[in-house]
Design a protein around this ligand. Structure first.
Ligand code: CP
Length: 303
């Protein structure tokens, strides 16, 4: 039995097979409409979500399966003190596969350790968000035709943004990747990631101004400032509008640069940017459904 807790749980070759499957699902959805008949997905969300939970549910319904779960820890027995370990043992009696989101780093690992069914990490605190990473990678692969030889800028809250941490981990295995980290000093990328990049001799630079580096980028990955992970509201208010990508800044970028964002957006991308063909963050959401369908099929061994 396999789980997906960290994007590195799958080899580059396995990811390639997963993305090829996701692309086939996009082109031939009718071939997959009954693959999960009789199977159940449990979505156990201890933290708010729109995209991840609903795209998992949509993915399972598209495959002909069904869905159970909870979208709020307060409506589950976690509010009575039940542990994640006990909850997943119980869920294993009800469902065939489980996607779990939890505010604590490591919660998905704990769930996988005690589970009788495959567990998918749908976000654990500020740590990892592997299925968002699969979504990001499928978007890049589908729109650019490859996953190597890119300069990718990551902009915003690089300290708390789990999507950023997962994406760097995953892309660091491809050739010719160069990272540009664009953040205020207080929201710099964590040291453990810098150490990993140095050890692997992957080129990166850290800058503060988006305008100074946007012209060098093949991909710009914008992120929101993660209010829920701040210790005080004053710091959040001071930093929340540090970056706003508007049309004037986007005009400094290359014609073929892509703008990705895991969403939700707050204020970091002006709405006027949405109509620019380089803005692909809503297409990205659609790719998230295809890649989650491919992941469910792979983990249930139904490929
Ligand atoms: N990208 C993402 O994780 O969005 P949700 O929080 O809405 O699931």
């Amino acid at each position: 039995m396999r789980h997906l807790i960290n994007p590195l749980d799958f080899s580059v070759e396995e990811l390639d097979r997963l993305f090829t499957l996701a692309s086939d699902i996009e082109k031939n959805p009718q071939n997959y409409a009954h693959k999960c008949e009789g199977k159940k997905l449990a979505t156990c969300f201890y933290e708010p979500s729109t995209r991840t939970r609903l795209s998992f549910e949509s993915a399972m319904l598209n495959l002909g399966g069904s869905v159970i779960g909870f979208s709020d820890a307060n409506s589950s027995s976690a509010s009575k003190g039940e542990s994640v370990a006990d909850t997943i043992r119980v869920i294993s009696c009800f469902a065939d596969i489980c996607a779990i989101r939890h505010p604590k780093e490591g919660a998905a690992t704990v769930a996988a350790t005690h589970s009788g069914i495959p567990v998918i990490n749908a976000g654990d605190g500020g740590h990892q968000h592997p299925t968002q990473t699969l979504t990001d990678m499928l978007t890049i692969r589908s729109l650019k035709g490859r996953l190597d030889q890119f300069t990718i800028g990551l902009c915003g809250d690089l300290k708390f943004g789990r999507t950023v941490h997962s994406l760097i981990n995953a892309l660091s295995r491809y050739d010719g990747i160069r990272f540009v980290f664009i953040s205020p000093e207080e929201l710099r990328i964590p040291d453990y990631i810098i150490d990993m990049l140095k050890e692997k001799q992957i080129p990166f630079e850290e800058v503060i101004r988006l305008e100074d580096s946007i012209g060098d980028l093949d991909i710009l990955y914008m992120t929101r400032v993660q209010r829920e992970r701040f210790f005080n509201e004053e710091d959040y208010i001071r930093l929340k509008d540090f970056y706003i990508l508007d049309q004037a800044k986007l005009d400094l970028a290359r014609e073929d640069m892509l703008v990705l964002h895991p969403l939700p957006r707050v204020n970091e991308i002006a709405v006027e940017v949405d109509k620019d063909p380089r803005a692909v963050y809503f297409k990205q959401v659609q790719y998230g459904v295809y890649v989650r369908m491919a992941l469910i099929l792979t983990l249930l061994d139904l490929v």
